[in-house]
Design a protein around this ligand. Sequence first.
Ligand SMILES: Cc1ncc(COP(=O)(O)O)c(C=O)c1O
Length: 392
Amino acid sequence: MAAYLDAVPFSGIIRIRDMMYTVDRPFRLDQGDVSFDAPDTVKDALVSGVAENRTHYVQTTGIPPLIDRLVTKLRERNGIPVDEAGEVMVTSGGIHAVFCACHALLEPGDEVLMPDPEWPPAQGNVAGARGVAVPYPLHASRGWRPDVDEMRRLVTPRTRAIYVNSPNNPTGGVLSHDDLQAIADLAAERDLWILSDEAYEDFVFDGGPHVSIASLPGMYARTIPLYTFSKTYAMTGLRLAYTAIKDTTTRNRFRKMLFLTVANTSSLIQYGGVGALAGSQHAVGEFRTELVARRDLFYKGMIETAPQVFSGTPPSGAFYAFLKVNPDWRSPLADAPASPSWAMTEFLIRKGRIGCVPGVDFGANGEGYIRFCFARGREELLGAIESLRSIL
Ligand SMILES: Cc1ncc(COP(=O)(O)O)c(C=O)c1O
């Protein structure tokens, strides 16, 4: 890796994080982090791991008690026909899994169809593996779902894979079963891989349950499904995620990247993961129920407070409000950026202490929108709404 990395964009989220550290008493609606804490089952397992000296090297792809539980979860919950434990691999967070997957799959110049808008590290990792991200639009008018015929027209002889992210960050759009089947048919027809980012699988609010494209007939052989403990178990800082890959060549390449980057994912954190899966899943249901309440509270508050500025309908999944900014709105700041979504973001942060991310940071198709994370506590959400009222 060398000079070409200079051309790989750094997410604007980093710039925003730096801005937020200069703000007194900020409302941190910019980060995709939940305000919940990890369940006791996770914390107890971590404490026991320390007491039992689980501090040595472990298997590159993951410790057996965790892998065994993941095999069961992938088969029973996701319907993915995992044959044997060797297909499952544990990584240091979802972003690391995306990194390893892109390096396992892409030759320089290979094209990957990417949703637009999309979580920026997805494109960054495609570019980091010397691939080329080719955006396919998600349409607000279709609940932020793509038009698969439009995707088909973007496929070229260089296309290697399609990145699918449902529920989507930042829009909260959820693909229907028909969408997934149409994308699967396209992949089979043009012999493409699918990178299926299912980080928000447990946060489908309407029209669930979540369906993995890897569970559709024949699709596991050409899909790399990616899951993380970050969101489901409020373990964002602990860094634990996983995948299952059927194809032996791709799996071996992935395993090499895993070894070369971390040797093994932290032993202790993997025991925390065992605690998460072994214990009651009650907390996950509670998180989901609370998120629906926060989603509704936040939308109502934002739209009622500033109907002339913000519009949008509550998303079906994930935990972000992706609100449209009225194109006639003008920032009162003298040095406002030219991009409308950056102008609104800087105004909200500097005048209202409200953390948020400009839609354009997720792709050109996100210009004119702002992302707010509603997984923060109710008081923080209400504080942000009150602050908005005072500055508009
Ligand atoms: C769409 C999407 N995929 C993957 C991830 C990876 O999360 P982590 O690296 O914390 O596992 C995130 C995190 O925000 C995300 O939004």
